[in-house]
Ligand binder design. Structure first.
Ligand SMILES: Nc1ncnc2c1ncn2[C@@H]1O[C@H](COP(=O)(O)OP(=O)(O)OP(=O)(O)O)[C@@H](O)[C@H]1O
Ligand SMILES: [Mg+2]
Ligand SMILES: [Mg+2]
Length: 522
C-alpha cells in the first residue's frame, strides 16, 4: 500500500498526487479538440448504389455490399469525393492529389464486415482552418474572431445502427446507415471552452449547409461531434484528454465541455488523475459519465484496403492525363470555381453594403432564407437598411420563432412588409401603428397594410388643434416632468411624448407632437 495515495502495489498514483499538489489549480484552463463526423449529402452511399434516406423502414436501403456479402466490391461514389474536396477548399485545406483508403477493424454488430473503410495514412484534405466568431463585450455586440486549425478531413463509411429493445432484451440491427459517406473532420486542440466549440461547430454547420455537402442537423445525427477535453496550465504540456460523445445539439456541446473542464479541474484539485476515457453526455443531468476506458488503447489493425486503388484528383483539366474521361475525373479547379458565398464573407458583405451592425449580420445568416428575405424587402422600399433590419430580425423573426416556423413559411411576404415600411417612411402611419398593422398582417395573410390602416383607422393623426389640446392636457397634469425639462433634462420630453401617443393609440404624428411639446415646455 502506498502511503501517499492508498494505491496498492506499484504506485502509479504517486505522480498523480504530487503533480496536482504543485499546481495552482485556479490557473488550470480547458483545452478542447473536436472530431466531427458529417454525413455527406449524396443520393447514394460511399461505395454502393443504395439510396441514402433518413427514417426509411429498417433494412430497406441495403445492398449486398452494405451487408458485406463475400465477393462484393466497393465502387467509389464521385459525388462523395467532390463533397469532401469542396469542404476541404472551403476550410482552406490542402487537397491531397493522391489519397488512400485503409481498413480499421472493430467488432460491432452494426459493422458486418468487421472493419470500416476510412483514410488513415493519407486523407483527402489536410492542414485547414476554420474561422468563427463570438460576440463579446458588455453588450455582446463586439465581434471576436478566432481560428481553429483543421488537421485533416477523411472520407469514411458510416456504420449501421443498433436498436436496443429492452423489453425483449434483444438488439436489432438496421443497416440503412451502413456505408453512408462520412467526412471526419479532425480539429487541433485549439479551443478552450464550450462557447468557443459551440461557435466553431455552428459556423461549420452554416458552411456545410451553404456548400450543400452536409445537412448538418445534429439531432438527426447528420453531424456528430465528439469533444476531446483536457485541462492544463498555460505553457505546460497538454493534459490527458477524455473524449465526450452522445452530444446532439450545439447547446449541449457547450454544456458538456464546460462540465467536463470543471470536472477535470476538480479531479486534479482532489489530487487524483484524469483518466484517458470515453465519456457520454447525459443531457438530462447535464453531466458526463464514463462509457469506456481508452487506456488499453484499442488495436484497430489498420491495413490498406486492397479493393480500392489510390484516390487521385486533378488540379485542372490541363493536368488530366490522356485517356482519362473529364466527366469521370474529380477536378479541383472546377470545384473551387463553383464555391458559393461562405457565411463569413456574407456577413462582412452585409455589414459593408447595408451599414448594419455585425450582430445583425449574424442573426440574418443564422436563419435559413433570412438574408434573401431582407434583401428582397430592400429592393422594394426606400427605407434605410438600418431601419429595415430591426423589423426583420425582431418583428418578423420573433413571430416566426414563436410559432417555430421557417422564413419560407412566413405569412408576410417581403413585398408586403416593404409596403408597410414604405407607408411608415412616407408619414402615413407612426411606428407604433406600424407595429399594430404588422400584427394584423400576421393574423390575416395576404391582407395589404393599406387596407388594414383604413379598416382600423390607424392613419397618422396630424390634426394640429387636436394634438395641441392633448399635449396641453399632458403638460398640465405632469408639472414635475415639465420642471425637469425646463431645467435642461430634455430626455423627459420622451416620457411626455409616450403619454401623448398613449392617448392617441400610437397614431399621433411624432414630429408634430415633439414640436408642440417643446413649445409648451420651453
Ligand atoms: N490533450 C488534448 N486535449 C484536448 N484535445 C486533444 C488533446 N490531444 C488531442 N486532442 C484532440 O483529440 C482528437 C484526436 O482525434 P483522432 O481522430 O486523431 O484520434 P482518436 O480520437 O484517438 O481516434 P478515433 O477517431 O478513433 O476517435 C483531435 O480532435 C485532437 O485535437
Ligand atoms: Mg476520437
Ligand atoms: Mg477520429
Amino acid at each position: 500500500m502506498c502511503s501517499f495515495c492508498n494505491h496498492t502495489s506499484t504506485c502509479e498514483g504517486f505522480n498523480s498526487l504530487i503533480v496536482p499538489y504543485k499546481l495552482a489549480p485556479q490557473q488550470l484552463v480547458g483545452v478542447v479538440g473536436l472530431e466531427i463526423h458529417a454525413q455527406i449529402n449524396s443520393n447514394t452511399k460511399l461505395f454502393s448504389g443504395s439510396s441514402v434516406r433518413f427514417s426509411a423502414p429498417p433494412n430497406s436501403l441495403v445492398s449486398f455490399f452494405d451487408a458485406s456479402l463475400p465477393g462484393t466490391l466497393p465502387v467509389l461514389n464521385k459525388r462523395c469525393v467532390e463533397a469532401a474536396v469542396m469542404t476541404g477548399l472551403a476550410l482552406n485545406c490542402s487537397i491531397n492529389r493522391k489519397s488512400l483508403f485503409d481498413r480499421k477493424h472493430y467488432f460491432y454488430a452494426d459493422l458486418p464486415s468487421g472493419y470500416q473503410i476510412t483514410q488513415q495514412r493519407q486523407p483527402i484534405a489536410v492542414d485547414g482552418t476554420l474561422t468563427y466568431s463570438l460576440l463579446g463585450g458588455k453588450k455582446r455586440s463586439q465581434v471576436i474572431r478566432k481560428t481553429v486549425n483543421i488537421k485533416q478531413i477523411q472520407l469514411e463509411q458510416d456504420s449501421g445502427k443498433s436498436l436496443h429493445d429492452d423489453l425483449r432484451s434483444q438488439t436489432l440491427i438496421d443497416l440503412n446507415r451502413a456505408g453512408v459517406g462520412l467526412m471526419e473532420l479532425v480539429m487541433e486542440p485549439d479551443m478552450s471552452c464550450g462557447e468557443e466549440a459551440a461557435a466553431a461547430v455552428r459556423e461549420l454547420q452554416l458552411i456545410l449547409q451553404a456548400l450543400g455537402t452536409c445537412q448538418g442537423n445534429m439531432s438527426e445525427g447528420q453531424m456528430r461531434v465528439d469533444a476531446n477535453v483536457s485541462v492544463h496550465k498555460p505553457g505546460e504540456p497538454l493534459g490527458i484528454r477524455a473524449e465526450v460523445k452522445n452530444i446532439n445539439s450545439v447547446r449541449c456541446l457547450a454544456r458538456a465541455i464546460d462540465y467536463e473542464i470543471q470536472r477535470q479541474i476538480e479531479v486534479l484539485q482532489r489530487g487524483q488523475t484524469v483518466q484517458n476515457e470515453t465519456r457520454a453526455y447525459d443531457s438530462k443531468s447535464g453531466e458526463t459519465i464514463p462509457m469506456r476506458d481508452k487506456e488499453g488503447l484499442q488495436d484497430y489493425r489498420f491495413m490498406p484496403e486492397p479493393n480500392l486503388p489510390p484516390l487521385i484528383v486533378y488540379e485542372d483539366n490541363a493536368s488530366l492525363p490522356t485517356g482519362i474521361d473529364a466527366r469521370q475525373a474529380v477536378v479541383v479547379q472546377k470545384i473551387r470555381e463553383g464555391l458559393p458565398e461562405l457565411p463569413g464573407v456574407k456577413r462582412d458583405r452585409l455589414v459593408q453594403t447595408y451599414g448594419i451592425l455585425p450582430e445583425h449580420s449574424f442573426t440574418l445568416v443564422n436563419e435559413d432564407g433570412l438574408v434573401e428575405y431582407f434583401e428582397a424587402v430592400l429592393k422594394v422600399t426606400k427605407k434605410e437598411p438600418r431601419k429595415v433590419i430591426g423589423w426583420v430580425t425582431n418583428e418578423l423573426l420573433g413571430h416566426l420563432k414563436e410559432k417555430d416556423m421557417s422564413v419560407s413559411h412566413s405569412p408576410i411576404s417581403p413585398s408586403a412588409l416593404a409596403e408597410l415600411l414604405e407607408l411608415q417612411e412616407t408619414g402615413h402611419i407612426s411606428s407604433s401603428a406600424a407595429k399594430q398593422v404588422f400584427q394584423e398582417m400576421w393574423r390575416s395573410p395576404g391582407k395589404p397594410a393599406s387596407q388594414i390602416i383604413q379598416e382600423q383607422d390607424l392613419g397618422l393623426v396630424s390634426d394640429a388643434a387636436r394634438l395641441h389640446s392633448i399635449c396641453q392636457k399632458v403638460v398640465d397634469s405632469h408639472p414635475n416632468e415639465v420642471h425637469a425639462i425646463r431645467n435642461g433634462n430634455k430626455k423627459v420630453l420622451n416620457k411626455l411624448m409616450g403619454l401623448v401617443q398613449k392617448e392617441t393609440k400610437g397614431r399621433a404624428d411624432p414630429v408634430l407632437v415633439m414640436a408642440i411639446l417643446q413649445e409648451k415646455t420651453s
